[in-house]
Design a protein. Structure first.
Length: 216
């Protein structure tokens, strides 16, 4: 797909959710029975992932789908499909949260497997939705939303995050970015945020990811 300002930014965000959902599934599945500390760590990680995806979808629900319903009248079925996929994802996220919560209390193999299965199902639904959004919806967004409206989506995505999560979110977005993508995204960050990222955030993110990922 041809990359534009619209699609590039969305694909960078989607890359985070693809990666982190896959990590969560793999880490849970690989945890040894009885490792209560790891079960608790991964449950916290799962809840942070869930909160991030809910936040991302709430931004789309508020700032993208209403405009497409209003302006892209010939594509109502596709926009409805995106909203239905959000609802289906909410169901999977509820299951993930419930099963992680049960697992972190016991660290037993049966609870671990139930949690891993729920993440696997979530990942299946997530990938279908993300692929549809990138391939089918982003061209509509480019056609029907102005540059200013798209910038509003991006600002809401960062500004509405809890302050203590901003540097972690930035690190997650930049982790797999190439040099051009990194310059593109950092240009959208206020100067104070870029300085804070270089002085503190980059190392803070690396430490947090090492603590999480070195467990498997």
């Amino acid at each position: 797909m041809h990359s534009t300002t619209y699609t590039r930014e969305m694909m960078m965000i989607h890359r985070v959710f693809r990666r982190e959902a896959a990590h969560l599934h793999r880490f849970v599945r690989a945890t040894a029975p009885g490792n209560l500390d790891r079960a608790r760590q991964l449950s916290r990680y799962g809840r942070e992932y869930i909160a991030g995806l809910h936040h991302h979808h709430a931004t789309e629900d508020a700032l993208i789908w209403p405009l497409l319903h209003e302006r892209a009248r010939l594509h109502h079925e596709l926009v409805d499909r995106m909203e239905m996929q959000h609802e289906a994802l909410d169901v999977t996220l509820t299951a993930v949260e419930e099963r992680l919560s049960a697992w972190e209390l016991t660290a037993e193999a049966t609870d671990r497997d139930a949690a891993a299965d729920s993440v696997e199902e979530h990942l299946r639904v997530l990938l279908e939705h993300i692929d549809d959004e990138e391939q089918l919806v982003m061209p509509m967004v480019e056609q029907y939303l102005t540059g200013e409206e798209w910038e509003r989506v991006g600002r809401a995505g960062m500004e509405n995050l809890p302050k203590e999560k901003v540097l972690v979110a930035l690190g997650a977005i930049l982790e797999e970015a190439d040099d051009e993508e990194r310059r593109f995204f950092l240009a959208k960050v206020p100067l104070a945020g870029r300085v804070l990222w270089r002085l503190v955030g980059r190392r803070q993110y690396a430490r947090q990811m090492a603590l999480l990922r070195d467990g498997n």
